[in-house]
Design a protein around this ligand. Structure first.
Ligand SMILES: *[C@@H]1O[C@H](CO)[C@@H](O)[C@H](O)[C@H]1NC(C)=O
Ligand SMILES: *[C@@H]1O[C@H](CO)[C@@H](O)[C@H](O)[C@H]1NC(C)=O
Ligand SMILES: *[C@@H]1O[C@H](CO)[C@@H](O)[C@H](O)[C@H]1NC(C)=O
Ligand SMILES: *[C@@H]1O[C@H](CO)[C@@H](O)[C@H](O)[C@H]1NC(C)=O
Ligand SMILES: *[C@@H]1O[C@H](CO)[C@@H](O)[C@H](O)[C@H]1NC(C)=O
Ligand SMILES: *[C@@H]1O[C@H](CO)[C@@H](O)[C@H](O)[C@H]1NC(C)=O
Ligand SMILES: *[C@@H]1O[C@H](CO)[C@@H](O)[C@H](O)[C@H]1NC(C)=O
Ligand SMILES: *[C@@H]1O[C@H](CO)[C@@H](O)[C@H](O)[C@H]1NC(C)=O
Ligand SMILES: *[C@@H]1O[C@H](CO)[C@@H](O)[C@H](O)[C@H]1NC(C)=O
Length: 541
């Protein structure tokens, strides 16, 4: 048995977290767990229902007898066991199983890597997205897919119409092949927007089509400029059980006009996002392509139980401003699976509000699980945490991460005034090519919403674990800058092999105000990350 790197008196807290992570090691296959657990739940529920039906049906039958015969005397001859058990045993069993399936369909069991693989129930829209009772096409509502006719009214009419059947099995709106120009529109609950292959939703490039909406409460103002913000192209507000999926159709934000006006400082308000879900529970975005967003591409904010799976996000200009890929923000239980992002900014950025507004709103991002993710982002991070993290970020697990021509692999960005925390971060199995930094932490990130931020709101960064990393052509292995007032602690690096880009003979590490441990590093880590020797075990099991 190897000596655990983390059984180190000063590092007991990391040890605990790693032990927690270790128990989670074999739960990476969520779908298997969901499948297995669902069948257990279905079995259990059908048993309960079967028993209930056996008890309840005789009463119904008694009422029926009275109804038909108006003869109280007949009750005496009533034999419940005969009627309901022997007579129709198979029927009732079948009915119980069917009912159980229906009631189970909206939720699944989810093994949470953040909690040692403990299972809890959650809304998994993957189970309902493709089986809505009502199906309509955009053309039913007057949609025209010629690339020039506006479909804003068609989308609004479709969603308004289909929202009426939300409680009757939900609805799917199919967007057929074609180019469907539109202004912003809202989604509804128990609803699937399905983009067939070669369906392209084209966002209008006319700014007048985008009304100004309120800023996010946890930001206090728009991210680009004070005040409100332009509407998002597609918005889900206050929803439950909502999906955008398809056969890899595209939502194209046609953001070029926004990028130009932003750079020229011609905008009066903050740019909208391509797809935003706010205050929503049970969200699926899968099997589609997002491109050329005005700003961030996919923004679940104040949400829970979100699955992003099999999506491609791309951009026609790698210098497009703030075109982040996927930004979970003040959200819980977010899974980002099998996805690929090419971005002018961070491929994933986990956030939770900005300075005093984020502190007051106090809603963390937690239980974020990222698996099989690929990033290209020459000027930004594969996975960024922050810089807006004032509500806190915790329990982030990432594995099977590939980055190519990207500035950094994982970057933590924060600053004085942010408050909040970043803790319990685990990233492993990262394969990196042509990187400026592998690990980057910045405690002195600027940018405040206004001058009223609290200079005593000092962020806490602790328990940051990275392991099993191979990197080729790297300029710096680690640039880790903690805060003098609040050093970043509990950093653990294990099994990191980096080939250094040798033309510039610059230092490959620079670590200030950080504390932690390391093992299996080639080249070795900076001094503050104490080398625990070759026989130590890993940070991220
Ligand atoms: C809208 O919904 C109603 C039922 O609520 C339905 O009868 C009608 O056909 C729908 N309209 C369109 C254009 O599909
Ligand atoms: C979408 O819903 C939000 C919240 O209800 C509302 O403020 C906004 O005006 C709606 N947008 C559109 C295009 O209907
Ligand atoms: C959103 O839901 C909350 C309750 O959860 C409700 O108070 C609020 O009015 C809803 N807002 C809209 C615009 O539907
Ligand atoms: C989806 O389309 C994008 C480009 O539009 C492509 O890069 C990607 O490979 C496609 N994904 C799948 C699963 O076909
Ligand atoms: C997405 O595509 C994959 C692979 O083609 C498929 O297995 C899955 O069922 C599709 N649908 C959803 C909702 O993810
Ligand atoms: C990883 O994701 C890509 C899409 O980005 C997909 O093509 C591939 O099959 C996935 N790999 C595994 C092992 O699921
Ligand atoms: C190594 O990375 C640098 C930029 O960081 C790039 O210019 C160079 O082409 C890369 N070399 C190889 C062999 O990929
Ligand atoms: C180190 O990481 C590499 C790449 O992820 C992996 O193949 C290897 O098995 C790891 N070694 C140990 C000892 O865990
Ligand atoms: C290391 O980074 C600090 C700032 O965090 C900077 O002041 C210092 O010059 C850097 N050291 C080297 C050797 O680059």
């Amino acid at each position: 048995m190897k000596k655990s790197l983390l059984i180190h008196p000063e590092k007991e807290h990391i040890h605990r977290d790693v032990e927690k992570g270790k128990q989670a090691v074999d739960n990476t296959s969520n779908s298997v767990m969901i499948g297995f657990r669902s069948s257990v739940v279905i079995g259990f529920r059908s048993l309960i229902l079967f028993i209930m039906i056996r008890l309840v049906v005789p009463i119904i039958v008694v009422i029926d007898f009275n109804w038909y015969e108006w003869n109280l005397g007949s009750i005496k001859s009533f034999k419940p066991s005969l009627l309901c058990v022997q007579g129709s045993k198979l029927f009732f069993l079948w009915a119980a199983v069917a009912l159980a399936l229906v009631t189970t369909a909206k939720s699944a069991w989810f093994s949470d890597p953040s909690y040692g693989g403990r299972l809890h129930q959650w809304t998994d829209v993957r189970l309902t997205a493709l089986t809505r009772r009502h199906v309509a096409k955009l053309t039913d509502f007057g949609g025209v897919g010629d690339g020039v006719t506006y479909n804003t009214a068609a989308f609004a009419a479709a969603v308004a119409n289909l929202s009426k059947v939300a409680t009757d099995g939900g609805a799917m709106l199919v967007v057929p092949a074609g180019r469907w120009l539109t202004g912003p529109f809202n989604l509804t609950s128990h609803f699937t927007l399905f983009l067939e292959s070669d369906a392209v939703i084209l966002a209008s490039q006319n700014l007048e089509d985008f009304p100004i909406i309120a800023p996010l409460p946890s930001y206090g103002r728009g991210r680009d400029l004070p005040g409100g913000r332009y509407a998002n192209v597609i918005m889900g507000y206050n929803l439950t059980d909502v999906a955008i999926t398809g056969n890899n159709g595209t939502i194209n934000g046609q953001g070029q006009v926004w990028w130009e006006k932003y750079r020229a400082k011609e905008l009066q308000h903050t740019r909208g996002y391509l797809v935003e879900f706010m205050f929503s529970n049970g969200v699926l975005v899968s099997n589609i392509t997002l491109m050329d967003s005005p700003s961030w591409n996919l923004h679940p904010v104040y949400c829970s139980d979100v699955v992003v799976s099999g999506i491609t996000i791309t951009v026609s200009s790698l210098t497009s401003p703030n075109t982040d890929g996927i930004n979970p923000d003040s959200s819980t239980n977010v899974r980002i699976l099998d996805s690929y992002v090419i971005s002018g900014d961070d491929c994933i950025a986990i956030k939770s509000g900005w300075d005093q507004y984020g502190i007051a709103f106090n809603m963390p991002s937690k239980q974020i699980y990222i698996k099989n993710f690929t990033c290209i982002s020459p000027t930004s991070a594969t996975i960024a945490i922050g810089s807006e993290m004032s509500g806190g970020v915790e329990d982030v697990h990432a594995e099977d991460i590939t980055a190519i021509n990207t500035e950094s692999a994982v970057r933590i960005k924060t600053g004085i005034g942010r408050g909040g925390y970043v803790k319990q971060i685990f990233a492993k199995k990262m394969s990196l090519h042509n990187m400026k930094y592998i690990f980057w932490m910045t405690g002195a990130y600027g940018q405040h919403p206004d001058d009223n931020f609290d200079p005593n709101a000092i962020p806490v960064v602790e328990n940051i674990n990275y392991g099993d990393v191979t990197a080729k052509n790297v300029t710096m292995v680690g640039k880790l800058e903690g805060l003098e007032q609040s050093p970043f602690t509990g950093i653990c690096l294990s099994n990191v092999t980096a080939e250094i880009f040798v033309i510039e003979k610059k230092p490959i590490w620079n670590c200030t105000f950080v504390e932690g441990v390391s093992t299996g590093m080639s080249p070795g880590a900076c001094a503050p990350l104490k080398d625990m020797g070759a026989d130590a075990s890993t940070c991220v099991p």
